[in-house]
Design a protein around this ligand. Structure first.
Ligand SMILES: CC(C)(COP(=O)(O)OP(=O)(O)OC[C@H]1O[C@@H](n2cnc3c(N)ncnc32)[C@H](O)[C@@H]1OP(=O)(O)O)[C@@H](O)C(=O)NCCC(=O)NCCS
Length: 184
């Protein structure tokens, strides 16, 4: 079995500082009025091929799990350009779900920033382990997550598989990070 990697927030944040967009755009908790835009961000574009689709019922019921990043359009309106959520599964484990960055804003550090924020959220409520299921394996490994064989993951993490259209042809990889250590 692979050792779990540990979360070193300060080290990872150092790597984010080069991206100018991160200085301008902050993360905030999601509101019910965001659901319409969240539906598009999660279900449209390239995200729809790589993520579990989400409907309004799921989003309203789980809105407290979500954080978003807003940007201002040229017309002066605010629009959500990134989102992610942390869903508590059991007393010691939570899952990062529905992480999606608008294609126009990808590769500028927003995804990393949201993941670090969600890990910090998990730590604040006493969660030791954060897992995710994804095709963006390299992205999560770069943030300190380690790959896990499905048999190595606790059974609690498979609850969402029953809602997945790819149940019989699953191509996602499970990754996990131990966030109990290196508390600052
Ligand atoms: C995967 C995703 C969340 C990454 O967010 P992002 O803001 O673009 O990522 P970051 O800018 O923080 O990237 C950090 C590093 O991760 C790696 N990375 C990011 N996106 C990658 C991709 N699509 N393929 C391979 N590596 C990637 C890169 O090494 C990157 O560093 P670099 O740009 O200096 O090379 C985003 O591309 C996305 O929303 N994709 C569609 C939905 C999805 O796959 N969600 C994850 C499943 S839950």
């Amino acid at each position: 079995m692979q050792q779990n990697t540990c979360f070193r927030k300060a080290d990872l944040e150092k790597g984010l500082k080069d991206h100018a967009v991160l200085e301008q755009l902050g993360i905030r908790t999601a509101r019910v009025s965001d659901v319409d835009q969240l539906l598009s961000l999660i279900n449209d574009c390239d995200a729809s091929e790589v993520m579990l689709p989400r409907g309004p019922k799921y989003l309203f019921e789980n809105i407290r799990d979500f954080v978003v990043v807003e940007a201002e359009t040229t017309a002066g309106q605010r629009r959500i350009v990134a989102c992610g959520s942390l869903h508590v599964l059991w007393k010691n484990i939570a899952e990062i779900r529905s992480l999606s960055i608008d294609p126009e804003y990808q590769r500028q550090g927003l995804g990393s920033k949201i993941v670090l924020h969600l890990i910090e959220d998990a730590r604040q409520i006493g969660i030791n382990m954060v897992c995710t299921f994804t095709m963006a394996t390299h992205f999560f490994e770069k943030l300190g997550f380690s790959l896990k064989e499905k048999e190595e993951l606790p059974s609690k993490v498979f609850g969402e598989c029953n809602n997945c259209p790819k149940y019989f042809r699953c191509n996602e990889t499970g990754l996990i990070i131990d966030c109990s250590e290196h508390r600052e």
